[in-house]
Design a protein around this ligand. Structure first.
Ligand code: ARG
Ligand code: GLU
Length: 724
C-alpha cells in the first residue's frame, strides 16, 4: 500500500472504542436538552439547549441553512445575508465569471443591492422543526422476524401517509428520514428559498489559498468564505428570482463575536453532515480501508500524475484541468488519510475486540439470536467485496476516461432515436441539450491527457480485475487484434471516435436524423461505455442491491443490539444529511512523535508560505501592504496577530462545509471548511487525539471584507459583539 505508511505510529495510549470521548458525536438538535446539555455546560457552554433548537421561540437553528445540495450556510444579518465557504459558492462564482469579469481570480463584491447576482437553481433550505415519528412509521411492524420485504413496504406506506397527512395542513414540505439504521424515524419539516444572490467572494488566492496542496491539512491559511443573500417575495415567502423580490427577514440571525477564541474554549458546529459510518462491523471497515481505498487511491494517482505532467508544462492546460484536478484529488487525499488513520488507531483490531465481547454478551443474554449477526455480516461482506471492487474499477478506471464518460451522455439520444413513439421535437430538444453539454466538455478538454489516461487505466483494469464477468469484451480486442498493445488500441479508439473532435461532433448533431443513431453505437468510445454499462447492469447492480438490502436489515438489528448491550452509553446516529450539533474544544494536536500543532494560524503564516512562482501560494500586493502596515484594526487578536484559521475537536464531515462555529454564548467565531488529515478516519471512527475540524477565524473574514475588499458597508447590517 504505497502512501499509506506516511504517518508515523503514535505512542499515545488508545482507549477502548466503547468509551465516548468529548468531541465525538453529531447530535440531534431536538434531543440536546435530554442528551447533551449537561455535558455542554460542563465543557463551558453558557446558553441553553432551547437557545439552540426550539419550536416555541426563535433559536439558532432558524439561522442555519442547507446551502445548495451539499453544504451548510448561516444567516448573519436581518436582511438575509448568508455566509458559506468559497468552495461551496465556487460553481456559482465560476458561472458569473468570464475573461473580462474573472470573479474567481479577482474576487467579486456587490457594492450595493442592485449589483447582487442571481443564481437560478441555487437553493437555501431552513429546517422549521423535526419530530420523532418512529411510532407512526413502525406501526404494524412487529419484530425482527417479519420478512424484510413486508417490513420495507409497510414502512414505505406509513411514511407516505405520514408525509401527506402533514403536508395537507401545512405550507411547508416534510420528509421522513431513518436514524440509527431504521430503529428510529424523524420527520424533517423545511422551507426552501429559491432566489439566492451572490454578494461577495474573495479572490481565489485568498479563498483557495494553499489549493490542493494544503487541502485536508493543518496548518492552514485559506480564507474559504463567500457571501450570498436570500430573497423572498413581498409577503416574505420563498419565490423564484424576480426583480421585485426583497431581502429575507429571518426569525434569527447569528451575532458575530470579534473576541476570537482561546485554546480550550468550548465551541460547537451546527450544520448538515452528510454521511458517516461509525457502527460498521470490522469486515466492512477492512473492505473500505484495506481494499477499496487503496485501489481507488492508485487509480486516482495514475490520473493525477498525468494531469500534473501536462499542467506543469502548459499553463493553458493547468487552467483547463484545475477544477478536475481539485475534484479528483480531494477524495484521493481523504482516502489516504482515512486508511492511514484507521491503521494508526488499530481500528480493525479494536472493532474485532468489541465484536468478541458482543458475541459473548449475546450468548449469555436473553437474545442469543444476536450472536449470529457477525457471522452473517461476514458472509454478506465476502459476497459484496468482488462486486464493490468491480464497481470501483468501472467508475474509477472505465468511466474515468473522459471520452468514454462523455460518449456515454449520448445514450439517451440513441434510446429515443430507436423509439418510434418519440417525437422529432423531443429529439431536437435532446440535441440542443447535448450541444450545450459539448461546449462545457470541450472547454476543459485536452485530448493528449485523456489518451494517456486511457491506456494507463485500461492496463490497471486488466491487471486487477479477474477475467470473466467483470471484464468487458473490448479487452479481447486488445489482446487479439492489438496483440496486447494498449497504446495501439487507444490510438485506434481516438482516431476512429468522433467524441474528441468538437467540429465533427457538432456537424454530426447539426445534421442529425433519427436513423443515424447507428453511427453513435458504432463509435468505439461509445462502445466502451456501453460495454461497461452492460457489465454493471447485468452482473453487478441487482446483486449489490440484494446484498445491501440484507446488510441494511442486519445493520438495523445490530444497532439495536448494541444499544441493548450498552444501555448507559450515549449513542449518536450516523450523519444522514440532517441538521446536527457537534461540540468540542479549541485544541492543538500531535500529528506525529515530537511534533505539536498549535490551534491557530495567522497572517504571518501566509507570508511564510508566499511564493509568487507557485499558483497556490501567490499573495496579492494589497494583502502584503496590509500585512506590512499591520493594519488589522479591531480584527487583530489580543496577541497582536491577525488570526486566519483555528482547529477544534468538533466531529464533522463532508456537508459541514460552511457550517457556523459558535462560542459558549452562541456567537459566530468561525466557519468550518475542512478537517485535519490525520483525523479523516472520523467518518468511520473518531480519535480525540487527532480528529480536528478546521475553521476560518471569523475576524479574518471581517478583515477581508472590510480592510481588503473595501466592502465594509456590509458590516453595517451584521451584529458585531465583543470588547476587543
Ligand atoms: N477538503 C475540503 C472538502 O472536502 C475542501 C475541498 C475543496 N478544496 C480543494 N482545495 N479542493 O470539501
Ligand atoms: N470540505 C468538506 C465539505 O465540503 C468538509 C470537510 C470534511 O469532510 O470534514 O463539506
Amino acid at each position: 500500500m504505497r502512501n499509506l505508511n506516511i504517518f508515523l505510529t503514535l505512542s499515545f495510549v488508545i482507549l477502548s472504542r466503547i468509551y465516548l470521548f468529548a468531541g465525538e458525536g453529531m447530535w440531534i438538535p431536538m434531543l440536546l436538552q435530554q442528551m447533551n446539555e449537561k455535558e455542554m455546560k460542563e465543557m463551558g457552554m453558557k446558553i441553553t439547549a432551547e437557545d439552540i433548537y426550539s419550536i416555541n421561540k426563535s433559536s439558532l437553528k432558524d439561522a442555519i441553512v442547507l446551502f445548495g445540495r451539499g453544504c451548510t450556510g448561516e444567516i448573519i444579518s436581518n436582511e438575509g445575508l448568508l455566509l458559506t465557504n468559497h468552495h461551496c459558492g465556487y460553481g456559482n462564482i465560476q458561472k458569473h465569471s468570464s475573461i473580462d469579469n474573472d470573479y474567481l481570480t479577482d474576487g467579486f463584491w456587490a457594492m450595493n443591492r442592485d449589483e447582487e447576482l442571481p443564481n437560478p437553481g441555487l437553493t437555501a433550505t431552513i429546517m422549521i422543526e423535526m419530530r420523532d415519528v418512529t411510532k407512526e412509521v413502525l406501526e404494524g411492524v412487529d419484530d425482527d422476524s417479519m420478512s424484510m420485504i413486508i417490513r420495507n413496504s409497510l414502512v414505505k406506506e406509513n411514511i407516505k401517509n405520514a408525509i401527506s397527512g402533514f403536508e395537507e395542513n401545512s405550507k411547508y414540505k416534510a420528509k421522513i428520514v431513518p436514524f440509527f439504521k431504521g430503529n428510529q424515524y424523524y420527520m424533517i419539516v423545511t422551507e426552501t428559498f429559491k432566489d439566492i444572490r451572490l454578494v461577495g467572494a474573495p479572490p481565489s488566492n485568498i479563498g483557495k489559498f494553499g489549493g490542493d496542496t494544503d487541502n485536508w491539512m493543518w496548518p492552514r491559511h485559506t480564507g474559504d468564505f463567500s457571501l450570498f443573500r436570500i430573497y423572498v417575495d413581498k409577503d416574505g415567502n420563498p419565490a423564484e428570482y424576480s426583480e421585485d423580490n426583497v431581502p429575507y427577514q429571518p426569525k434569527y440571525f447569528l451575532p458575530i463575536s470579534i473576541d476570537g477564541v482561546d485554546e480550550g474554549d468550548f465551541t460547537f458546529v451546527f450544520g448538515y453532515p452528510a454521511r458517516t459510518n461509525e457502527y460498521l462491523p470490522s469486515y466492512a471497515v477492512e473492505l473500505i480501508t484495506e481494499k477499496r481505498n487503496p485501489d481507488k487511491i492508485d487509480l486516482r494517482e495514475t490520473r493525477l500524475d498525468i494531469f500534473s505532467k501536462y499542467s506543469n508544462k502548459y499553463p493553458e492546460v493547468r487552467i483547463k484541468y484545475a477544477s478536475k484536478h481539485a475534484r479528483v484529488s480531494n477524495y484521493w487525499k481523504k482516502m489516504i488519510g482515512e486508511s492511514a488513520g484507521v491503521e494508526r488507531m488499530k481500528g480493525i483490531d479494536k472493532k474485532m475486540e468489541f465484536e468478541d465481547n458482543f458475541v459473548k454478551w449475546a450468548d449469555e443474554s436473553e437474545t442469543p439470536q444476536y450472536a449470529s449477526i457477525l457471522i452473517e455480516f461476514k458472509k454478506l461482506y465476502t459476497k459484496l467485496e468482488p462486486l464493490q471492487v468491480a464497481t470501483d474499477y468501472l467508475n474509477e478506471a472505465g468511466m474515468a476516461i473522459e471520452i468514454v464518460k462523455f460518449a456515454n451522455t449520448y445514450k439517451k439520444l440513441v434510446g429515443i432515436s430507436k423509439d418510434a413513439s418519440v417525437s422529432e421535437k423531443d429529439i431536437k430538444t435532446e440535441i440542443e441539450k447535448l450541444k450545450q453539454n459539448n461546449q462545457y466538455f470541450f472547454k476543459d478538454y485536452y485530448q493528449p491527457i485523456d489518451e494517456e489516461v486511457m491506456s494507463a487505466l485500461l492496463i490497471l483494469y486488466d491487471e486487477n480485475m479477474p477475467d470473466g464477468k467483470y471484464k468487458p469484451e473490448f479487452f479481447k480486442t486488445i489482446h487479439g487484434k492489438f496483440k496486447g498493445n494498449y497504446q495501439a488500441y487507444t490510438k485506434y479508439v481516438f482516431s476512429k471516435s468522433m467524441f474528441d473532435k468538437e467540429n465533427k461532433l457538432g456537424e454530426f448533431l447539426n445534421t442529425y436524423k433519427a436513423n443515424r443513431y447507428k453511427k453513435i453505437q458504432k463509435d468505439p468510445a461509445f462502445e466502451i461505455a456501453s460495454q461497461l454499462g452492460s457489465i454493471y447492469n447485468n452482473n453487478i447492480r441487482k446483486q449489490v442491491l440484494a446484498i445491501n438490502n440484507s446488510i441494511d436489515s442486519l445493520s438495523r438489528i445490530y444497532m439495536k443490539a448494541q444499544m441493548e448491550m450498552l444501555p448507559n452509553h450515549r449513542f449518536y446516529p450516523d450523519a444522514n444529511f440532517t441538521l446536527r450539533v457537534s461540540y468540542g474544544n479549541v485544541s492543538g494536536y500531535y500529528p506525529k512523535d515530537a511534533v505539536y500543532y498549535a490551534p491557530f494560524s495567522t497572517l504571518e503564516g501566509i507570508m511564510e508560505k508566499e511564493n509568487p512562482e507557485i499558483y497556490d501560494y501567490v499573495v496579492t500586493e494589497r494583502l502584503r501592504e496590509l500585512y506590512t502596515s499591520k493594519d488589522y484594526g479591531e480584527y487583530a487578536d489580543e496577541d497582536g496577530e491577525l488570526h486566519v484559521a483555528f482547529i477544534a475537536s468538533n466531529h464533522t464531515t463532508g456537508g459541514n462545509s460552511g457550517s457556523p462555529v459558535l462560542n459558549a454564548n452562541g456567537e459566530l467565531v468561525g466557519v468550518n471548511f475542512d478537517r485535519c488529515w490525520e483525523g479523516t478516519m472520523s467518518d468511520l471512527m473518531y480519535d480525540p487525539n487527532v480528529c480536528r475540524n478546521i475553521s476560518i477565524d471569523i475576524r479574518y473574514f471581517l478583515f477581508i471584507v472590510d480592510k481588503y475588499a473595501g466592502a465594509g458597508y456590509l458590516l453595517n447590517e451584521m451584529s458585531l459583539v465583543g470588547s476587543n
